[in-house]
Design a protein around this ligand. Structure first.
Ligand code: ADP
Ligand code: MG
Length: 713
């Protein structure tokens, strides 16, 4: 059937709150938040006070929760969940697929001809999904495939609603029966503990005897596209791979800068309001919404939370947005590069450290003393990022993100830190060890003759930096839109813990040798800054000059996933992650295998999808068109005929490149082969198809065009 542009009218149609998609927004803004979360308050209300106290004590100490207490929590949870309409529960976990996983079990069991509800402590604490069906890398190859999910009481249980019922979701960790992490939560929790220990040790040197615990915090800004579902389902490439493998650049893109922060289309805003409402009910504190740069692109940002909760909530944000979009005849695209030639989507991971007494350790303080401490922690971050550039790069490597890093829309594959003019000025003085102590407009006295004054405000913004200091946090800006934030945060927490320990060790030695904190700190920071300053770059990260300069500095520039993923196994990675008991050598190898394999599989799916669409949809359309032209106006057929011939050859070349027998068998070599042979073959087919799209009769071209998909709202 030929395609006619009337479809666009259908694509544009929507009605607010129609049957089947009616949002049930019955709670007001103040009561919606946490309405479906088993909060501390709910636990307190529903549990007897002795059991509740035991539960709280176990949580505070980090000790395992005993079975009696678990039974009491489970009983309260079940009553609460059933009261909210839940019929089932699931252990909700995050395997190495980057997505969440769930297997539902009913609360109800037959008893005496009726059904009774049952949910015990043991059901809460542990379950056994079939681990062999989840990626485990080498761990699966050598051991029995058994795996367990284990309740994570630090992330509260929540209820996900469905038009036909509700499910109690219990956040859990996922381990193999040999005790190895098979998920992204376990290493994240371990890294948070490592950072807490290191930071508390350092705080003691600064005279903080109160803080018992330091939490890492994360707030992730999420970019996404919303397009009419009508087009989505007409595009097998979007359905299968998440991105368009074909599509000529539209006449209009974002050149007019008329979309970014523009007024939000009504249908889109309605959708945002509903998913924000749904997210509020499960306790996700959404704060910000706006149009992003590309047409049909948007952003949502929550308020930061401790990293574990934030990582769980990030997964929920992606899931709930995708579900709710369908109520508005829209589809939410989370791929890093859904449309070639149009800005892609990333995720900005804001990161900091906060004490249990309420202080943000990356906030310049009010007193000289606080500011010494601030500079200490900042310097640790510089040292950590410099030493572990490769690992950080590895945590954001994926087939999807390869389309963005290094292109002129996202920070490059080179890790560097933006300090901003004012903080840079402070470090310039630290570099020279120059004494200064005056308090001038907007500057803070550090109370030390060896340290410079500190700015009250962070400097200007630099959108091109992959890792920027933004006032009271660092913003890791190079994450892919589709990824879990767990790995990047796990890496950050661990490497900063290591850097804090190194600096604290030196400081302890000096202080034990009789120096005052102030006198000891200056030279230590000067030395550390000088050793790590090559990671600092405040200029334009998109420029050619920076790439040349970075090379001179010896910074890593790992352009693609096959290169970047190797860093999971770099000696510095293995040493640091095992020293802090975050990931063992075995766990790292398993992760490495899984991520490289995912890269290969994703590119392979793209190759097969591109081939399929080209051979069964695009080539026939082009040939029909050629036939018509030959019939009606043979003099015009020359150029089209040559394009069709080239296209057909390119399709043949793609098929050949992706033939199994051509693939190297070793996984890293295969990933390189996908990058060097298969991806270019897909690109060749695409380039010709995009030329044909511009000449083949519109009613024959089978795929909706960018000018429709991105602009009909
Ligand atoms: P932008 O970077 O676009 O200016 P905002 O200033 O609104 O955006 O903040 C972006 C994100 O940074 C938000 O998710 C916010 O909650 C988060 N954020 C703020 N403070 C911290 C912190 N101490 N730790 C982690 N994230 C933080
Ligand atoms: Mg930001």
């Amino acid at each position: 059937m030929s395609r006619v542009r009337q479809h666009n009218v259908l694509g544009a149609q929507w009605k607010p709150a129609t049957n089947g998609g009616a949002p049930a927004m019955e709670l007001d803004a103040t009561t919606a938040f946490n309405a479906n979360v088993f909060t501390d308050e709910v636990a307190k209300q529903l549990m007897d006070s002795a059991a509740y106290d035991q539960f709280k004590a176990a949580l505070a100490s980090g000790e395992p929760i005993n079975l009696d207490t678990a039974n009491a929590v489970a009983a309260a949870m079940m009553d609460w969940a059933i009261g909210k309409g839940a019929t089932h529960y699931t252990h909700w976990f995050q395997p190495l697929t980057g997505k969440t996983a769930e297997k539902h079990d009913s609360f109800y069991e037959p008893s005496g001809g009726k059904a009774i509800a049952k949910f015990k402590g043991k059901d809460l604490i542990q379950a056994e999904p079939d681990a062999s069906s989840f990626p485990s890398g080498g761990i699966r190859a050598t051991f029995e495939a058994r795996g367990y999910t284990a309740w994570d009481p630090t992330s509260p249980a929540f209820i996900l609603e469905n038009p036909n019922g509700a499910t109690l979701c219990i956040p859990t960790a996922f381990v193999s029966w040999t005790g190895e992490a098979l998920d992204t939560k376990i290493p994240l929790l371990r890294s948070m503990a490592a950072l807490s220990d290191a930071a508390v040790r350092a705080l003691r040197l600064f005279g903080d005897s109160e803080s018992q615990h330091v939490f890492t915090t994360a707030g992730a800004e999420q970019e996404y596209f919303l397009i009419p579902e009508h087009y989505y389902y007409e595009r097998p490439d979007l359905v299968t791979t998440g991105r368009t493998l074909f599509g000529a650049k539209p006449p209009k893109g974002h050149e007019l800068d008329d979309h970014y922060f523009g007024s939000i289309p009504q249908r889109v805003l309605a959708c945002m309001m509903e998913f924000e409402y749904e997210l509020a009910k499960v306790g996700v504190p959404i704060k910000t919404r706006h149009n992003e740069v590309a047409p049909a692109q948007y952003e949502v940002a929550p308020i930061f939370e401790n990293s574990n909760l934030s990582a769980d909530h990030q997964q929920l944000i992606m899931q709930v947005m995708q579900n709710v979009a369908r109520n508005y005849g829209l589809v939410c695209l989370l791929h890093e590069k859904p449309f070639a030639g149009v800005n892609g989507s990333g995720k900005h991971n804001n990161w900091s450290m906060g004490t249990d007494t309420g202080h943000n350790l990356l906030e310049p303080g009010d007193t000289p003393h606080d500011n010494l401490q601030f500079l200490f922690f900042c310097t640790a971050v510089l040292a950590a990022v410099n030493k572990h550039q490769g690992l950080l790069r590895a945590t954001i490597a994926s087939a999807g993100n390869d389309h963005r890093l290094g292109a002129n829309e996202a920070p490059p594959a080179i890790l560097s830190i933006y300090l901003g003019e004012q903080l840079q000025d402070v470090f310039d003085q630290i570099e020279k060890g120059a004494p200064t102590s005056s308090k001038e407009g907007g500057m803070l006295n550090l109370g030390s003759s060896v340290l410079p004054p500190l700015p009250l405000h962070a400097g200007d913004r630099n959108r091109t930096s992959p890792f920027a200091f933004t006032g009271n946090k660092f913003e890791f800006r190079a994450l892919g839109s589709n990824q879990s934030i767990s790995d990047p945060n796990m890496a950050l927490n661990t490497i900063v813990a290591e850097a804090i320990d190194a600096l604290a060790g030196k400081l302890e030695a000096e202080i034990n040798g009789g120096k005052s904190l102030e006198d000891a700190l200056g030279p230590i920071l000067t030395e550390a800054y000088n050793a790590n300053k090559l990671i600092v770059f405040n200029g334009d990260n998109y420029s050619e000059e920076w790439h040349a300069e970075a090379e001179r500095r010896g910074l890593k520039n790992l352009r693609t996933s096959p290169e970047a993923l190797n860093e999971w196994l770099a000696p510095a990675t293995v040493e640091t992650l095992s020293k802090y008991s975050v990931l063992t050598d075995r766990e790292l190898h398993s992760r490495f295998d899984v991520y490289v394999e995912q890269y290969v599989i994703k590119v392979n799916i793209e190759a097969e999808t591109a081939y399929d669409i080209a051979i069964t949809q695009l080539l026939p359309a082009a040939v029909r068109h050629l036939g018509e032209v030959k019939n009606a106006a043979p003099a015009l057929a020359g150029e089209i005929e040559s394009l069709v011939t080239q296209f057909s050859e390119a399709i043949g070349a793609l098929e050949k490149a992706n033939l199994d027998e051509n693939h190297p068998t070793e996984i890293v070599a295969e990933a390189e082969y996908m990058r060097d042979s298969v991806l270019p073959a897909i690109e060749n087919v695409r380039a010709l198809a995009d030329k044909l799209e511009r000449v083949v009769a519109d009613d024959l071209w089978p795929l909706p065009k960018y000018s429709e998909i991105l602009f009909i709202k």
